[in-house]
Design a protein around this ligand. Structure first.
Ligand code: ITT
Length: 200
Protein backbone atom coordinates (compact mmCIF):
# COMPACT_ATOMS: atom_id res chain seq x y z
CA UNK A 1 0.00 0.00 0.00
CA UNK A 2 1.33 3.46 -0.87
CA UNK A 3 0.45 6.32 1.44
CA UNK A 4 -0.49 8.78 -1.30
CA UNK A 5 -3.64 10.58 -2.32
CA UNK A 6 -4.54 10.27 -6.01
CA UNK A 7 -6.66 12.65 -8.09
CA UNK A 8 -10.30 11.66 -8.29
CA UNK A 9 -10.19 9.28 -5.34
CA UNK A 10 -12.97 9.33 -2.79
CA UNK A 11 -12.07 10.75 0.62
CA UNK A 12 -14.32 10.76 3.66
CA UNK A 13 -14.17 14.08 5.53
CA UNK A 14 -14.53 12.75 9.08
CA UNK A 15 -16.24 15.78 10.58
CA UNK A 16 -19.73 16.60 11.77
CA UNK A 17 -18.95 20.32 11.98
CA UNK A 18 -20.68 22.09 9.08
CA UNK A 19 -18.22 24.99 9.37
CA UNK A 20 -15.25 22.74 8.62
CA UNK A 21 -16.65 20.87 5.61
CA UNK A 22 -16.33 23.72 3.05
CA UNK A 23 -12.86 24.55 4.40
CA UNK A 24 -11.68 20.94 4.06
CA UNK A 25 -13.30 20.61 0.62
CA UNK A 26 -11.59 23.83 -0.51
CA UNK A 27 -8.23 22.53 0.73
CA UNK A 28 -8.68 19.31 -1.20
CA UNK A 29 -9.12 21.66 -4.13
CA UNK A 30 -11.80 19.90 -6.18
CA UNK A 31 -9.28 17.14 -7.01
CA UNK A 32 -11.00 14.54 -4.87
CA UNK A 33 -14.49 13.20 -4.44
CA UNK A 34 -15.11 14.46 -0.89
CA UNK A 35 -17.99 12.95 1.06
CA UNK A 36 -18.71 13.90 4.67
CA UNK A 37 -19.02 11.42 7.54
CA UNK A 38 -22.44 12.92 8.25
CA UNK A 39 -23.63 12.23 4.69
CA UNK A 40 -22.51 8.59 5.07
CA UNK A 41 -24.34 8.35 8.40
CA UNK A 42 -21.14 7.53 10.31
CA UNK A 43 -21.25 7.86 14.09
CA UNK A 44 -19.32 10.68 15.80
CA UNK A 45 -16.67 9.03 18.02
CA UNK A 46 -15.97 10.29 21.56
CA UNK A 47 -12.83 12.43 21.58
CA UNK A 48 -11.05 10.59 24.39
CA UNK A 49 -7.45 11.58 23.61
CA UNK A 50 -5.58 14.41 25.35
CA UNK A 51 -3.99 16.12 22.33
CA UNK A 52 -5.15 17.56 18.99
CA UNK A 53 -3.00 14.97 17.19
CA UNK A 54 -4.46 12.10 19.22
CA UNK A 55 -8.04 13.14 18.61
CA UNK A 56 -7.47 13.78 14.87
CA UNK A 57 -6.04 10.26 14.51
CA UNK A 58 -8.91 8.78 16.52
CA UNK A 59 -11.53 10.48 14.29
CA UNK A 60 -9.78 9.63 10.99
CA UNK A 61 -9.25 5.98 12.00
CA UNK A 62 -12.85 5.55 13.16
CA UNK A 63 -14.17 6.90 9.84
CA UNK A 64 -11.74 4.83 7.75
CA UNK A 65 -12.71 1.62 9.56
CA UNK A 66 -16.44 2.36 9.42
CA UNK A 67 -16.45 3.34 5.71
CA UNK A 68 -13.65 1.16 4.33
CA UNK A 69 -12.29 4.28 2.59
CA UNK A 70 -9.50 6.80 3.13
CA UNK A 71 -10.61 9.40 5.67
CA UNK A 72 -9.35 12.82 6.70
CA UNK A 73 -10.12 14.39 10.09
CA UNK A 74 -9.36 17.73 11.70
CA UNK A 75 -9.06 18.28 15.41
CA UNK A 76 -8.67 21.91 16.20
CA UNK A 77 -9.22 24.58 18.77
CA UNK A 78 -8.44 27.96 20.23
CA UNK A 79 -5.70 28.28 22.87
CA UNK A 80 -5.43 31.38 25.05
CA UNK A 81 -2.00 32.14 26.51
CA UNK A 82 -3.29 33.78 29.71
CA UNK A 83 -5.53 30.74 30.29
CA UNK A 84 -2.62 28.29 30.00
CA UNK A 85 -3.82 27.14 26.58
CA UNK A 86 -7.52 26.69 27.43
CA UNK A 87 -9.98 25.93 25.93
CA UNK A 88 -7.58 24.02 23.60
CA UNK A 89 -8.84 20.50 22.91
CA UNK A 90 -12.01 21.41 24.83
CA UNK A 91 -12.92 24.25 22.40
CA UNK A 92 -16.02 22.49 21.04
CA UNK A 93 -17.05 21.36 24.55
CA UNK A 94 -16.99 24.94 25.93
CA UNK A 95 -19.92 25.66 23.60
CA UNK A 96 -22.07 23.08 25.43
CA UNK A 97 -24.51 20.58 23.96
CA UNK A 98 -26.28 23.37 22.03
CA UNK A 99 -22.98 24.26 20.26
CA UNK A 100 -23.48 27.84 21.38
CA UNK A 101 -20.31 29.72 20.46
CA UNK A 102 -21.62 33.06 21.71
CA UNK A 103 -21.63 31.33 25.11
CA UNK A 104 -18.14 29.84 24.56
CA UNK A 105 -16.71 33.25 23.57
CA UNK A 106 -18.32 34.85 26.63
CA UNK A 107 -16.73 32.14 28.78
CA UNK A 108 -13.30 33.01 27.41
CA UNK A 109 -13.87 36.70 28.18
CA UNK A 110 -15.15 35.92 31.70
CA UNK A 111 -12.19 33.69 32.52
CA UNK A 112 -9.81 36.47 31.44
CA UNK A 113 -11.70 39.00 33.57
CA UNK A 114 -11.67 36.66 36.59
CA UNK A 115 -7.88 36.56 36.60
CA UNK A 116 -7.55 40.26 35.58
CA UNK A 117 -5.45 39.28 32.57
CA UNK A 118 -4.48 41.95 30.03
CA UNK A 119 -2.66 39.48 27.81
CA UNK A 120 -4.85 38.78 24.75
CA UNK A 121 -2.46 36.47 22.87
CA UNK A 122 -4.08 33.34 21.44
CA UNK A 123 -3.63 30.81 18.67
CA UNK A 124 -5.63 28.31 16.69
CA UNK A 125 -4.25 24.79 16.19
CA UNK A 126 -5.36 22.23 13.63
CA UNK A 127 -4.20 18.63 13.58
CA UNK A 128 -5.07 16.93 10.30
CA UNK A 129 -4.96 13.14 10.12
CA UNK A 130 -5.41 10.92 7.09
CA UNK A 131 -6.14 7.27 7.78
CA UNK A 132 -6.35 4.25 5.51
CA UNK A 133 -8.65 1.38 6.39
CA UNK A 134 -6.55 -1.28 8.08
CA UNK A 135 -4.24 0.96 10.01
CA UNK A 136 -1.74 3.30 8.40
CA UNK A 137 -2.18 6.99 9.13
CA UNK A 138 -0.37 10.29 8.75
CA UNK A 139 -0.87 13.29 11.02
CA UNK A 140 0.40 16.88 10.91
CA UNK A 141 -0.26 20.06 12.91
CA UNK A 142 -0.59 23.73 11.91
CA UNK A 143 -0.92 26.86 14.03
CA UNK A 144 -1.78 30.53 13.54
CA UNK A 145 -1.13 33.21 16.15
CA UNK A 146 -3.14 36.31 16.90
CA UNK A 147 -5.00 38.32 19.53
CA UNK A 148 -8.43 38.08 21.05
CA UNK A 149 -10.87 40.99 20.69
CA UNK A 150 -13.99 41.69 22.74
CA UNK A 151 -16.79 42.17 21.93
CA UNK A 152 -16.87 39.60 19.09
CA UNK A 153 -16.79 41.10 15.58
CA UNK A 154 -18.24 39.71 12.35
CA UNK A 155 -20.67 36.98 11.46
CA UNK A 156 -18.67 35.09 8.85
CA UNK A 157 -16.74 31.89 9.54
CA UNK A 158 -17.71 29.73 12.52
CA UNK A 159 -16.84 28.88 16.11
CA UNK A 160 -14.49 31.39 17.75
CA UNK A 161 -13.79 33.33 14.51
CA UNK A 162 -15.44 36.60 15.73
CA UNK A 163 -12.94 37.01 18.63
CA UNK A 164 -9.75 36.02 16.80
CA UNK A 165 -7.66 38.55 14.92
CA UNK A 166 -4.64 36.94 13.27
CA UNK A 167 -1.33 38.78 13.69
CA UNK A 168 -0.94 41.43 10.99
CA UNK A 169 -4.66 41.64 10.20
CA UNK A 170 -6.98 44.55 11.07
CA UNK A 171 -10.04 42.30 11.00
CA UNK A 172 -11.15 39.17 12.83
CA UNK A 173 -11.65 35.82 11.10
CA UNK A 174 -15.36 36.53 11.61
CA UNK A 175 -15.13 39.74 9.53
CA UNK A 176 -12.77 38.36 6.91
CA UNK A 177 -13.72 37.34 3.37
CA UNK A 178 -13.81 33.51 3.58
CA UNK A 179 -11.36 33.32 0.65
CA UNK A 180 -8.85 35.39 2.62
CA UNK A 181 -9.29 33.19 5.72
CA UNK A 182 -8.92 30.10 3.52
CA UNK A 183 -5.60 31.35 2.15
CA UNK A 184 -3.89 31.36 5.55
CA UNK A 185 -5.10 29.78 8.73
CA UNK A 186 -4.17 26.90 11.05
CA UNK A 187 -5.96 24.31 8.88
CA UNK A 188 -4.35 25.57 5.65
CA UNK A 189 -0.92 25.52 7.34
CA UNK A 190 -1.45 21.91 8.44
CA UNK A 191 -2.71 21.03 4.98
CA UNK A 192 0.43 22.40 3.32
CA UNK A 193 2.44 19.82 5.28
CA UNK A 194 0.02 17.06 4.39
CA UNK A 195 0.29 17.97 0.73
CA UNK A 196 4.05 17.73 0.85
CA UNK A 197 3.80 14.27 2.42
CA UNK A 198 0.87 12.72 0.58
CA UNK A 199 0.27 14.42 -2.76
CA UNK A 200 2.63 14.04 -5.76
P1 ITT B 1 -15.68 17.35 14.42
O1 ITT B 1 -14.97 16.71 15.58
O2 ITT B 1 -16.87 16.57 13.97
O3 ITT B 1 -14.76 17.72 13.29
P2 ITT B 1 -15.97 19.56 16.27
O4 ITT B 1 -16.61 20.91 16.15
O5 ITT B 1 -16.31 18.72 17.47
O6 ITT B 1 -16.30 18.75 14.92
P3 ITT B 1 -13.28 19.79 17.21
O7 ITT B 1 -13.44 18.75 18.24
O8 ITT B 1 -12.01 19.77 16.40
O9 ITT B 1 -14.43 19.72 16.13
O10 ITT B 1 -13.52 21.18 17.88
C1 ITT B 1 -12.85 22.31 17.45
C2 ITT B 1 -13.60 23.55 17.84
O11 ITT B 1 -12.66 24.63 17.78
C3 ITT B 1 -14.68 23.85 16.84
O12 ITT B 1 -15.95 23.44 17.27
C4 ITT B 1 -14.59 25.36 16.67
O13 ITT B 1 -15.45 25.99 17.51
C5 ITT B 1 -13.18 25.70 17.08
N1 ITT B 1 -12.45 25.99 15.86
C6 ITT B 1 -11.63 25.17 15.16
N2 ITT B 1 -11.20 25.75 14.04
C7 ITT B 1 -11.79 26.95 14.00
C8 ITT B 1 -11.78 28.01 13.08
O14 ITT B 1 -11.12 27.93 11.92
N3 ITT B 1 -12.47 29.09 13.37
C9 ITT B 1 -13.18 29.18 14.51
N4 ITT B 1 -13.27 28.23 15.43
C10 ITT B 1 -12.57 27.11 15.17
Amino acid sequence: MTLKLFKGMRIVAATHNPGKIPEIAALLGGHYDVVSAGALGLAEPDETETTFVGNALLKARAAAEASGEVAIADDSGLSVRALDGAPGIFSARWAGPGKDFALAMRKVEERLEEIHADDRAAWFTSALAVAWPGGPAVVVEGRIDGDLVFPPRGDRGFGYDPIFQPTGSAVTFGEMDPAVKAADNHRARAFAQLKAALID
